[in-house]
Design a protein around this ligand. Structure first.
Ligand code: F3S
Length: 755
């Protein structure tokens, strides 16, 4: 599985000198986050102090991890770079496409059949380019990464929002879009706005029913779903050192729910124990040698308010178990107040299903503590009232908990064990009856609980809690049960009370696995064929985009002037389109179908200037493309906000749109456009937006002298023979201008390979 000890050594070798230099340039003691960020600067030059929340900085991550849904386009693009191998260690994890329906084995067999072409592609492309491939059933990306690849002081990016899970082992791990993953694998720097820092000081010690999950449920309540935006959350304090590495992983994982860039804990004895327990003692030995660099400086933690932008303090000894929801993870209820909230809000009290596991909460500790409750149910003659499912996060965990009898205990109380995959967490749950859209309640130990996320039913009230509380509520069959105080009636009519859960951080006999589900790449992939069926409707190899022809753009037709909000969802919708993520032509049939046309206020209805008729945006654009006519899209403020989905930039490029001219861009989308060789420009005067008319022919003048900071000119030729002209701005730097000229960033990388 090659966690690449040499790579880790070389990362650690540069820590001391870079951190010392950074401390001097920043002029004060450093947080752990700053140490890791400065140690991973792309330039290696640590003489600049970056302004938090302000400066954009290039970094050199150590690893890339991709899940199967997002890996498809990332790898199709990577193939365009012409590299023989990925530039940094990378892995693919097949976890998102397995639907939970019957049980682990049957569901996995069906997924292997249904997704065969996607899996074959991912396996072959991984084999060819030196990427580790984790087969379907091997586990969920973040759990597998924590067990195998996360290391203290490292930096990784992953094409999934819960990548921060690896922060539990002291890694800066950040969720990104496929385009970013592609860049890093191709050997390009990765850019991030230098984050703000939120410090969370943990004091005391967990006990009884409370678990690590309750820390983040509490933090989510304090900070809300937006409170972490643009910030890295750093946990510290004597309480932090009492938490297991996997418990810390849970907390970092759910940092995504408060919008944080990532979350992190420092290296401590628990991290060391987990590294040794997962057969990575050599990493622990290396980490021990530079321990002082793998936590923040002492002064920082003594007076955190001087070094963090915001500080929160939580006393673990006083922390109550929480249940958060419904429909949002920041509606935080201490268990003592939850029953009243259920009543007051008239939420369905009957608990239909309790679901434990997922990437967030399927550690040995989680499972053993939940199993201790299941065991009590058996011993105390309690009949479990709700359906109950267990989703192990990896085959390593599944095999070990089966060996140690926990799965058997869950099955004895009527639980079903699902595949080691995302399943119900991402709506891959064929839940019987969900189509009836009945009001009902479920509790999960997952991370997200937005409407429809789990089963597609908007009336499912999903709550998030620890595996222990989820299990207790499932035993009771109702939300309003408080296991800390309430009793239950058993099958003999007796009143019984559940004892506090108990468990082990790690198995006393050690972890075990027969087949972890890993496929190592070929030593030399030169002759490996990448498998893509030419008739596939889910996958399509990409052709390089054409370079710029060296001339100004003259006579562009207006495809759409979008009015109001135009997010990446308006530009490239999700939902049923997700299945075409690996097929640029098919997914392009959703291009801009959510954008509102300023002329008629309608979505997906634009005038085809060749016929004068109104039609769907993608079909109209295809008609222009077929006629060899270039087009332009006009947009409003913050165009492309939302996600980093690269399809929103690739689709217009694929269908022949040349320019996106808007009042302002969401920055990630603007960069994505540049990477694809598009011209993304902004009105100097936002009111010029009003000058654009439906039948205009539009020229972009000044490209022949395209230069940093130099404006371009737009000329509108109106149908009545009049013209308007105005200046527009751009933010292209020198390399980005070269991307535009070459037709895309990957074309440049490919050209460089050929030299
Ligand atoms: Fe998968 Fe849900 Fe985690 S979708 S990666 S189990 S957040």
């Amino acid at each position: 599985m090659a966690f690449d000890i040499e790579m880790i050594k070389s990362v650690y070798q540069r820590f001391e000198s870079r951190i010392d230099a950074a401390r001097k340039s920043v002029g004060k003691p450093l947080t752990l986050t700053e140490k890791i960020l400065y140690a991973h600067l792309w330039s290696g030059e640590t003489n600049t102090a970056y302004e938090r929340g302000q400066d954009y900085v290039d970094f050199a991550p150590d690893r890339v991890a991709m899940q199967d849904a997002t890996a498809q386009m990332a790898l199709l693009q990577f193939m365009q770079a012409g590299r023989p191998q990925v530039a940094v260690p990378s892995t693919v994890h097949c976890d998102h496409l397995i639907q939970a329906k019957i049980g682990a084995d049957a569901d996995l067999a069906i997924a292997n059949e249904q997704n065969r072409e996607v899996y074959d592609f991912l396996a072959s492309v991984s084999n060819k380019y030196g990427i580790g491939f984790w087969k379907p059933g091997a586990g969920i990306i973040h759990q597998v990464v924590l067990e195998n690849y996360a290391f203290p002081g490292g930096m990784m990016i992953g094409t999934d929002s819960h990548t921060p899970n690896a922060g539990g082992l002291g890694m800066i791990a950040i969720g990104v879009g496929g385009a970013d993953a592609c860049d890093v694998m191709a050997g390009l720097p990765w850019e991030l706005k230098f984050p703000k820092l939120i410090g969370v000081k943990l004091t005391g010690k967990l006990s009884g029913w409370t678990s690590a999950k309750d820390v983040i449920l509490k933090v989510a309540g304090i900070l809300t779903v937006k409170g972490g935006t643009g910030a890295i959350v750093e946990y510290f304090g004597e309480g932090a050192r009492t938490l297991s590495a996997t418990g810390k992983g849970t907390i970092c994982n759910m940092g995504a729910e408060i919008g944080a860039t990532t979350s992190i804990f420092g290296y401590d004895e628990k991290s060391e124990a987990y590294l040794r327990g997962t057969e990575r003692g050599d990493i622990a030995d290396l980490a021990n040698q530079i321990k002082q660099h793998l936590t923040g400086d002492d002064e920082v933690y003594q007076s955190p308010e001087l070094y963090f932008d915001q500080v929160i303090e939580i006393n673990l000894s006083e922390l109550e178990p929480h249940v958060n929801g419904p429909f949002t993870p920041d509606l935080a209820w201490p268990i003592s107040k939850f029953a009243a909230a259920v009543k007051e809000n008239n939420w369905p009290d009957k608990l239909e299903v309790g679901l434990i596991g997922s990437c967030t909460n399927s550690s040995y500790e989680d499972i053993s503590r939940a199993a201790s409750l299941a065991q009590q149910a058996l011993e105390k003659n309690l009949v479990v009232q709700s359906e109950y499912t267990v989703t192990p996060g990896s085959e390593l965990v599944r095999y070990t908990i089966e060996r140690d009898g926990f799965l058997d205990t869950f099955e004895k109380i009527g639980g079903s064990v699902l595949a080691n995959a995302c399943g119900p967490c991402i709506g891959q749950w064929a839940r019987h009856g969900a189509d009836k859209k009945e009001r009902n309640s479920i509790v999960t130990s997952f991370n997200r609980n937005f409407a429809k996320r789990n089963d597609g039913n908007p009336n499912t009230h999903a709550f998030v809690a620890s595996p222990e509380i989820t299990t207790a509520l499932a035993i009771a069959g109702k939300l309003s049960f408080n296991p800390l105080t309430d009793t239950l009636t058993n099958s003999k009519g007796e009143q019984v009370k559940l004892d506090e859960p108990s468990g082990l951080e790690m198995p006393t006999k050690g972890f075990a696995v027969e087949d972890a589900g890993y496929q190592a790449p070929a030593e030399n992939g030169e002759n490996v064929q990448v498998i893509v069926s030419p008739t596939s409707d889910r996958l399509q190899l990409l052709d390089p985009f054409k370079p710029w022809n060296g001339q100004d753009l003259i006579g562009l037709r207006l495809l759409i002037k979008a009015e109001g909000k135009c997010t990446t969802d308006h530009i490239s919708m999700a939902g049923p389109w997700l299945k075409y993520r690996g097929h640029i032509d098919n997914i392009s049939n959703n291009m801009l179908i959510g954008a509102i046309n300023f002329v008629n206020g309608k979505a997906d209805s634009v005038k085809n200037q060749l016929t004068g008729e109104y039609g769907a945006v993608p079909a109209t654009q295809r008609a222009y493309k077929a006629a060899g006519i270039d087009t332009i899209v006009i947009g409003d403020e913050n165009y492309g906000e939302g996600s980093s989905r690269e399809h929103a930039a690739m689709e217009p490029r694929h269908l022949g749109v040349r320019v996106i001219l808007v009042k302002s861009f969401a920055r990630i989308h603007e960069t994505n456009l540049k990477k694809q060789g598009m011209l993304g420009i902004t009105f100097e005067n936002p009111n010029d937006y009003d000058l654009v008319q439906e039948d205009d022919r539009i020229d972009i003048i000044g490209l022949t002298e395209f230069a940093v900071g130099q404006q371009l000119t737009v000329v509108l030729h109106h149908a009545d023979g009049t013209t308007d002209s105005f200046k527009v701005n751009h933010t292209y730097n020198e390399p980005q201008i070269e991307w535009f000229k070459a037709g895309g960033a990957l074309n440049i990388i490919r050209q460089n390979q050929l030299i």
